[in-house]
Write a protein that binds this ligand. Structure first.
Ligand code: THU
Length: 144
């Protein structure tokens, strides 16, 4: 159940992140699914970054809004993600797909707060992607 009540994390300007995400849905390219998605995030250096989904005639090549957001993040200097809101064209939060949970984990880790829109707002990414494989796993599992 979607809720506008984000009082559990008052230090994050969730309303502003949702506004950024909603505006980003207006710059989506989604002629195939007609599901526009936008994402807005706060970074550890106090910036905001955004992303929109970009579909392709070869459906599997579609870029999710979170993918576009990560691209914006790296282009802006690559700080850590602190909080992210992802919304669909109806303006309500949409839960990130599995691939995007992994993309977000790389840049925000388990403590990234996600406005997932299912009632428990916000949720830690660690709840959405428990036991995630991350960069540190590569370091300890590489062959000598
Ligand atoms: N989509 C996203 O942008 N992010 C997600 O986490 C879920 C799905 C997009 C991909 C596609 O353009 C549309 O939503 C329908 O799947």
């Amino acid at each position: 159940m979607y809720s506008e009540d984000v009082s559990s994390a008052p230090e994050i300007a969730w309303a502003d992140l949702r506004t950024l995400a909603r505006e980003a849905t207006k710059r989506s390219y989604a002629p195939y699914s007609n599901v526009t998605v936008g994402a807005g995030a706060l970074t550890s250096d106090g910036k905001t970054v955004v992303g929109s989904n970009v579909e392709n005639a070869s459906y599997g090549l579609t870029l999710c809004a979170e993918c576009s957001l990560v691209s914006d993040l790296i282009r802006e200097g690559g700080a850590r993600l602190v909080a992210v809101s992802i919304v669909a064209g109806d303006g309500k939060p949409i839960t990130p797909c599995g691939r995007c949970r992994q993309l977000l984990f790389e840049h925000g880790g388990a403590d990234l707060l996600v406005d997932a829109g299912d009632g428990a707002v916000p949720r830690r990414l660690g709840e959405l992607l428990p036991g995630a494989f991350g960069p540190e796993d590569l370091g300890i599992r590489r062959n000598p």
